[in-house]
Design a protein around this ligand. Structure first.
Ligand SMILES: Nc1nc2c(ncn2[C@@H]2O[C@H](COP(=O)(O)OP(=O)(O)OP(=O)(O)O)[C@@H](O)[C@H]2O)c(=O)[nH]1
Ligand SMILES: [Mg+2]
Length: 585
């Protein structure tokens, strides 16, 4: 475990002890502890087939464990971890796994379609020195399209940092790679660029390629980054890259906001409790009835928002996404024609699937960003009166503003970087909603059942849940429109075919599928936002209620409780400033 993980766990446990004798509650605490404890930082190694990804990892660990070869070799993404008991687990889509010996790794290539990925446990000193970092050997672009897509779909939202390997033989960054890098950028993921196999070229040639690549990175990405050259020194170079990653800092980025939010929530509960204890019964009753009104307003608003989204926004969102995909497919026209002329169906399909992925990811994410912000603002406006009355009651003027910020922030969270999560949150939440609908015999038009979310349906989780099934569908229907490729056409004929038939039919297919997928995810997002507001309000209700019932039993208790809560507040503030605000690496 990393140092930061230990510090954060200790912090959460200290909070647990602090609040044990108080009416304060934090639902999130248990889950947060679990997440901190089990977090691993996944580092996928990506690149074209034969770029030397597996060889590089083999060199780093000093064992020839991963399969290496001139044809596409790695078909299943393979995670490497340390264990004193060497073995491998091949994981199936349903979450179950098959335990095998390490030597069985090579036999899995032919069974790739049975599994989602492989976890390799090696008794290896190099891996032992990498606590919480998990290298992932990825299939290259050029492995079977279905397997490659499966790996990218799984690791794009989960990887925290990507190592991008290109062979000096390629001469530059290919279109495929540029699209992949674009996806990383959309997901807010950083990467390190390695120019590999430099021992195959002269120093001058390597220099020229490195400069060209540097230009490409500069013109395609906001920030430039060094191109690291690797020859026969892979072991040392990869180690340097990993050392430079600063896992402690990545971990802080993943958890710091959640820990701060939890702390703020507790401090604001303490303030509310102190106010409530000092006010008389009538004032407390008034606050309670305002809070109850707030909950009703949120529920009303939720149905209104959902209806508006379905009736007004959905079509517009679908149109915007499709327009973007259409434009990018048009841009890829000459690339598509070349693949067609070469009679390469696989390459043709790959380009279509990559273009759809990167443009869809970007446009769905943009749309969901806007949508989630406007939904949060709608709910905040719906409880504007409650905001004012809480301001008066508790002298907490900006409660609503802070709540809005917190919800917005958590929707923007990278969310899924936690490697142990099996499915996306949005998926889990959507399933939960379905379960509750069935259980309550819900019918169209009725308010949706309340889902108690275990975490947030973040914008990225939602985007992933829309884009991945779309890509899978795209791969399934593509072959039927690609039969013409083998008919040996001229360039101009092919171009016409691509423009008038292929691109329109891809768009048609997407138009058929996108609305249902979007609709489902928008529902999950709105339900998520409304339940966040409700949770915050009902937390206040139960706190005031509990204090009131305690007070009826024992009038002296109020004084003692005020004293105790004041001490808890001091201790918490001290602990928080030591752990979250002064922590150095
Ligand atoms: N000359 C030279 N050859 C290398 C180097 N690294 C890898 N190779 C060769 O390149 C070929 C491909 O290497 P792999 O490690 O299988 O490449 P990969 O990126 O894992 O490929 P896939 O798994 O197919 O995506 C093998 O024949 C290696 O021997 C290098 O640094 N220099
Ligand atoms: Mg490989």
């Amino acid at each position: 475990m990393l140092k930061t993980q230990n510090i954060y766990l200790n912090y959460l446990e200290a909070i647990e002890r602090l609040i044990v004798e108080t009416p304060l509650s934090v639902d999130e605490l248990g889950q947060l502890k679990e997440d901190v404890r089990h977090t691993e930082l996944l580092i996928p190694v990506i690149g074209a087939f034969s770029a030397g990804k597996s060889s590089l990892i083999n060199a780093f660990i000093g064992e020839d464990v991963l399969g290496v070869g001139l044809t596409p070799e790695t078909e299943l993404a393979t995670e490497l971890r340390y264990s004193s008991d060497p073995h491998l687990l091949a994981l199936r889509p349903d979450g179950s796994s098959e335990r095998l010996s390490v030597s069985a790794l090579s036999t899995l290539k032919s069974r790739a379609n049975e599994f989602t990925h492989v976890q390799l446990y090696l008794d290896n000193p190099q891996l032992k020195t990498l606590p919480s970092l998990v290298l992932v050997d990825m299939p290259g672009f050029g492995s079977s399209l279905a397997n490659h897509n499966k790996a990218i779909a799984y690791y794009l939202p989960r990887g925290v940092h990507f190592i991008v390997v290109t062979s000096v033989e390629d001469g530059n960054i290919t279109q495929s790679m540029l699209r992949q890098l674009d996806d990383l950028q959309t997901y807010g993921r950083d990467f390190t660029f390695l120019l590999n196999k430099i021992n195959l070229r002269s120093g001058e040639q390597v220099q020229a390629v490195a400069e060209l690549i540097d230009d490409q990175i500069r013109s395609n990405f906001v920030t430039s980054r060094p191109v690291i050259t690797v020859g026969l020194d892979g072991e040392v170079r990869l180690k340097e890259v990993l050392t430079r990653l600063q896992p402690e800092q990545i971990l802080r980025q993943v958890f710091e906001d959640r820990l701060k939010d939890l702390t703020h929530s507790l401090l604001s509960q303490i303030n509310l409790a102190l106010t409530s204890l000092k006010k008389d019964q009538a004032e407390n009753q008034l606050a309670l009835s305002e809070l109850a009104k707030g909950i009703r307003q949120i529920e009303r608003k939720r149905d209104e928002v959902l209806e508006d989204l379905r009736d007004q926004q959905l079509d517009r969102t679908v149109d915007r996404c499709l327009k973007m995909v259409g434009r990018e497919l048009d841009n890829a026209e000459s690339e598509l024609v070349s693949a067609g002329l070469a009679g390469n169906q696989e390459a043709f399909s790959r380009i279509v699937s990559e273009v759809v992925r990167s443009s869809m990811t970007r446009s769905v994410k943009d749309q969901m960003d806007n949508l989630s912000r406007s939904v949060v603002a709608d709910f905040a406006q719906a409880v504007g009166d409650l905001g004012k009355s809480m301001g008066q009651f508790n002298n907490e003027q900006n409660w609503l503003g802070q709540l809005t910020d917190r919800i917005n922030r958590s929707l923007q969270k990278t969310g899924e970087t936690l490697g142990h999560w099996s499915g996306s949150l949005a998926e889990r939440n959507a399933q939960e909603l379905e379960r509750l609908k069935k259980e309550s015999k819900w019918e169209e038009g009725e308010p949706l059942p309340r889902v108690t979310y275990q975490g947030l349906a973040t914008v990225l989780a939602v985007t992933t849940s829309v884009v991945n099934p779309l890509i899978e569908l795209a791969i399934i229907f593509l072959p039927s429109i690609l039969a013409f490729i083998n008919e040996g056409r001229q360039r101009e004929q092919l171009r016409q075919k691509v423009i008038t038939e292929v691109i329109p039919s891809v768009k048609r297919e997407l138009r058929d599928r996108l609305p249902a997928l979007l609709n489902e995810q928008i529902d999950a997002l709105v339900t998520q936002v409304s339940s966040e507001f409700e949770r915050e309000i009902s937390e206040k209700q139960s706190l005031i209620n509990e204090l009131a019932s305690n007070r009826q039993q024992n009038a002296h208790a109020a004084e003692q409780q005020i004293e105790h809560l004041t001490r808890v507040r001091e201790a918490l503030q001290k602990l928080a400033s030591e752990t979250l605000y002064e922590l150095q690496a």
